[in-house]
Design a protein around this ligand. Structure first.
Ligand code: PGA
Length: 251
């Protein structure tokens, strides 16, 4: 199904359950790597990708898929958290994916949130993506406020990798990943919306009723910086895969 007025109208797939969404996205990732063993993947963290990676690990084992030559770039990382912090996205990626496939960790990059010079880290991240030939397939979740990566509402559509302030709602939504008594950092390093839009192909996954307003705004609202994910309608190859609950407020 294709929706939306102005813009290019992402392809929309509405599936019955979170498990089906996870399997559909995992299949896209697996097919990309099977077709091109040197694929450059853009990866995401959070509750939505967790079952996606679980399904991908199973598919990789079943199909004897090798990630040895794959390169990956994660969307974002908290400022101030090192890779050994249990709530860091670098740690999430090892625990939920990298430790269970044969990817070379030297080719799997996550922004360094403890770099002495965060501006230099952001510039080097952009350079590394360009030197890898750009991202082939970018996986995205979506925040309840419409954010993609940590590009909160108000982020420019041409933004690049940079340090951003996190919205209070985002810090609250992510607080469950942090040890009791520890607060969520106020800042993150994130690929920009412009960085994301440079990917050749984008798949956004959304599950649960709490994502329904953001999915409706993304596909059927105005294309505006107030809903960062609405920028995806400016891209020619986007698939949005959601469960029924997340699609419930679409016209
Ligand atoms: P979630 O986060 O998958 O944990 O809901 C998505 C996001 O904030 O991009």
């Amino acid at each position: 199904m294709r929706l939306g007025g102005m813009g290019m109208a992402p392809e929309l797939m509405v599936l019955d359950s979170e498990a089906e969404v996870a399997m559909a996205v995992a299949r896209r990732l697996a097919a990309t790597v099977a077709q091109m063993p040197t694929a450059v993947l853009g990866l995401a963290t959070g509750g939505t990708p967790m079952p996606i990676y679980k399904a991908l690990i199973a598919l990789a084992a079943e199909k004897r898929l090798s990630f040895r030559m794959v390169r990956s770039f994660n969307l974002d990382e908290y400022v101030g958290l090192s890779a050994s912090h249990p709530a860091s996205f670098a740690h999430f990626m090892r625990e939920n994916l990298f430790d269970h496939i044969d990817i070379d960790l030297a080719r799997a990059r996550v922004p360094n949130g403890v770099a002495a010079d965060l501006g230099a880290e952001a510039a080097s991240y952009e350079r590394a993506i360009a030197e890898a030939g750009g991202i082939g397939l970018q996986i995205l979740g979506i925040g309840a406020n419409g954010h993609i990566g940590f590009n909160e509402p108000g982020s420019a559509f041409n933004s690049r990798t940079r340090v951003v302030d996190l919205a209070e709602a985002t810090r609250q939504a992510n607080s469950s990943y942090f040890p009791a008594g520890e607060s969520v950092p106020g800042q993150a390093l994130t690929m920009g919306i412009g960085t994301i839009l440079n990917a050749r192909e984008i798949v956004l996954a959304a599950t649960g009723a709490h994502k329904a307003p953001a999915i409706a705004a993304t596909l059927a609202g105005p294309i505006t910086i107030d809903c960062p994910a609405s920028a995806l309608r400016l891209h020619a190859r986007v698939t949005i895969i959601c469960d029924r609950a997340a699609a419930a407020q679409l016209p």
